[in-house]
Design a protein around this ligand. Structure first.
Ligand SMILES: [Zn+2]
Length: 237
């Protein structure tokens, strides 16, 4: 019987490994999908930031054009002043010049502030593009690593399946059926018993039963969770 428990524990190890690998096969593509989603989100931010930058740049251009027009107007007024005929005309031209000069200063201030804004936004766009490039690099690396991992997992799973069949053929049919039945309901189906406790469900087992586990004349199951029980010391060879 001790031998049967040992075989069941070996089978349980196999099944545990198989479950781990199967979980990994689900987790790896999920991780890649998460990363791809992050990139899509960042690209969305970048698109908005570029639109923002374009808008500010267009504003800046409009002000620069108006500024050029006003400066041109100043040149024309200056030429007109050179050819002025009367004091009245001179005063009117000077007044006009003053108001154009004031508008020029206002546009200059605006252009300077928009320049700053453009620089700031351009830096944000550059930073975002670098961030996306980093994410894409990480994604590419992981895709390569993961596809290799998936290959390894699949070949290990294939080997496990062959090994498992061999192992199952050495196990008593009644024991195996019980193991299989339990494994589908509560994994792991074989649990260690320690200090009058089943470590599968952490509930107490009767002392008499615990003592019988040392002899292991028959299969013993936890009265609470029905897991197949064994005592560590008895399976150490
Ligand atoms: Zn139990």
């Amino acid at each position: 019987m001790i031998n049967q428990i040992k075989q069941l524990l070996a089978l349980q190890q196999h099944d545990l490994r198989q479950q781990e690998l199967e979980k990994e096969l689900v987790r790896l593509p999920e991780e890649l999908a998460g990363l791809r989603q992050d990139i899509i989100e960042l690209e969305g931010f970048l698109k908005k930031e570029i639109e923002n930058l374009d808008e500010v740049e267009s504003w800046k251009r409009t002000h620069e054009e108006t500024l050029a027009e006003e400066e041109d107007r100043i040149q024309k007024r200056m030429q007109a002043i050179d050819q002025v005929q009367s004091a009245k005309e001179y005063v009117a031209l000077q007044k006009d010049l003053d108001s154009i000069r004031k508008r020029v200063r206002d546009h200059e201030t605006e252009v300077l502030s928009l320049m700053e804004s453009v620089e700031k936004r351009r830096a944000e766009v550059d930073k975002r593009q670098a961030e996306i490039a980093d994410f894409q690099k990480v994604l590419k690396q992981r895709e390569e690593i993961f596809s290799k991992k998936v290959e390894e997992i699949n070949s290990e799973l294939k080997l496990l399946l062959v090994d498992r069949a061999k192992l199952v053929s050495t196990i008593d049919k009644v024991w195996f059926r019980k193991y299989d039945f339990l494994a589908k309901r509560r994994f792991p189906p074989v649990a260690k018993a320690e200090n009058n406790n089943c470590l599968g469900c952490n509930m107490g087992i009767p002392p008499q039963m615990f003592n019988q586990l040392y002899d292991m004349k028959e299969m013993m199951q936890c009265p609470h969770c029905t897991r197949i029980l064994y005592i560590e010391g008895t399976v150490v060879s």
